[in-house]
Design a protein around this ligand. Structure first.
Ligand SMILES: Cc1cc2nc3c(=O)[nH]c(=O)nc-3n(C[C@H](O)[C@H](O)[C@H](O)COP(=O)(O)OP(=O)(O)OC[C@H]3O[C@@H](n4cnc5c(N)ncnc54)[C@H](O)[C@@H]3O)c2cc1C
Length: 418
């Protein structure tokens, strides 16, 4: 059986697979196996959950319908930031300042724990600490951005204000104003996912590829997870995929499926004037952003669209790639830009720009790891730690705020119209 998903995750020429010299492989599940936790999905979300659980000695099985990190994770451009697509000052208007600051603070602490994890696993995950230049796209966005700077500063986040020439970085970029946050990071998402899965396997987790979950059924206090050629009996199930037969999606989780575009420039194309340890994004929605690579490429992306899938439309991809190149050209007009790889991929957003993580009263034992949005890797790490805490009987500070059963915000339908 093939995975029956309603969308294709990506198309075009992906960059990250070219950075792997060896792709580890895992067997398909045949027969029956019993475990405490069954994780469905071998993207970055499932990989983080598997590594965090296995490192805590919790018996874990992970099943992936295709190959590890072949879904949206393969299209991910690998930026990790504590800032959400919704500014802290705007999130505070929606959910209250205390909760908004707690959420931003948790994302910041989670970045530190991701750094620690990436350093502890014996694998080059491409994890590098970076700063982010957050630019005002137009002059009219400057007051909004300054309000954000003031809010971040008030709550002790590592931020500097300045038009690019006085941020201390001497940034050669043409925008009316910018703030710089510190303590963000970049990763190679495929290498990170493979490193986490290898670590989980090393710590005793069983990993299966080419194993499609066809259904999940409760049987007393256990779950029976039926795969194409086998069966898993587990006490808990982690949903690290969009949909699985037998798992009811909580009514609050209403994913908005989007397309995002990305390209990679040739090695050594990064202008010498740009600080390689700085990523860039902006206030416009949808926004343009870029990061660098150790071999001095630029990975640029954006132009998000409300499209449910990533079909193989090459003309469309060509057109959007030209638009990304034009954006790069407007920032660095002295260079002729070209793309060595260009692709587009699907990802999910939530209307509130917050992930939905945890169990529901209706289906206890099923943990939803819906890590929405462009910052989803940070949320996937929060999911992994929340899951581990739950199994170990410990509270997690984000439990109520990110619950799939949390009350809807009164204005949540008006939050984002990208
Ligand atoms: C162009 C682009 C750029 C992005 N940039 C960033 C970024 O900079 N930072 C960031 O944090 N996020 C970014 N994202 C978002 C990010 O890619 C995704 O949100 C994230 O990788 C999703 O990971 P995942 O593990 O949840 O899902 P996936 O990677 O899609 O993994 C789900 C897996 O489940 C498997 N599966 C599905 N159904 C079944 C089944 N029935 N049985 C078994 N297995 C099944 C699939 O094969 C798949 O491998 C970007 C997305 C795109 C498209």
């Amino acid at each position: 059986m093939k995975i029956n998903n309603s969308h294709i995750w990506h198309s075009g020429s992906l960059y990250w697979p070219t950075t792997l010299t060896h792709i580890p492989s895992y067997p398909a599940l045949q027969g029956h196996i019993t475990t405490e936790v069954a994780i469905i999905g071998g993207g970055i979300t499932g990989a983080l959950c598997a590594a965090v659980l296995a490192r805590s000695g919790i018996p874990t099985v992970l099943v992936e319908g295709q190959r590890v990190a072949s879904g949206s994770t393969a299209a991910n451009t690998g930026l990790l930031q504590f800032s959400n697509d919704t500014m802290l000052s705007e999130l505070a208007d929606k959910i209250g300042e205390t909760d908004a600051v707690q959420f931003y603070g948790e994302c910041r602490k989670t970045l530190t724990r991701l750094y620690k994890l990436a350093n502890e696993i014996p694998y080059d995950t491409g994890f590098h600490v970076r700063s982010s230049l957050y630019c005002a796209s137009t002059s009219s966005d400057v007051p909004r951005l300054f309000k954000e700077y003031s809010m971040l500063r008030k709550h002790g986040f590592p931020v500097e204000w300045g038009s690019p020439h006085n941020t201390g970085h001497h940034l050669p970029i043409r925008k009316p104003a910018a703030l710089v946050t510190h303590g963000d990071a970049e990763i190679n998402p495929i290498r990170f996912a493979h490193g986490l899965i290898a670590e989980a396997a090393h710590k005793g987790a069983n990993i299966y590829e080419n194993t499609v979950v066809e259904g999940v059924q409760r049987m007393g206090d256990k779950f029976v997870i039926t795969t194409d050629f086998g069966e898993i009996i587990a006490s808990r199930v982690v949903r690290a995929v969009s949909d699985v037969p037998g798992i009811e999606s909580p009514s609050r989780i209403k994913p908005i499926l989007k397309r995002s575009y990305a390209l990679v420039t040739p090695a050594n194309s990064l202008p010498a004037s740009w600080p390689y340890d700085c990523m860039m994004w902006e206030t416009a929605r949808p926004y343009f952003y870029f990061r660098t690579t150790p071999d001095r490429r630029i990975i640029a992306g954006g132009i998000d669209e409300n499209q449910a899938d990533a079909t193989n439309d090459t003309d469309y991809l060509f057109n959007r790639t030209l638009r990304l190149l034009e954006e790069l050209g407007s920032l660095f007009p002295e260079k002729q830009w070209e793309a060595e790889h260009a692709w587009y991929g699907a990802f999910s957003e939530s209307v509130e720009d917050l992930p939905f993580l945890g169990e529901t009263a209706k289906q206890p034992g099923i943990f939803h790891a819906f890590s929405s949005g462009g910052n989803s890797t940070v949320y996937s790490m929060i999911a992994a730690e929340m899951l581990r805490n739950r199994i170990l009987g410990q509270e997690h500070p984000m439990h109520a705020l990110l619950s799939p059963e949390r009350p809807a915000q009164p204005d949540s339908s008006a939050v984002k119209t990208v």
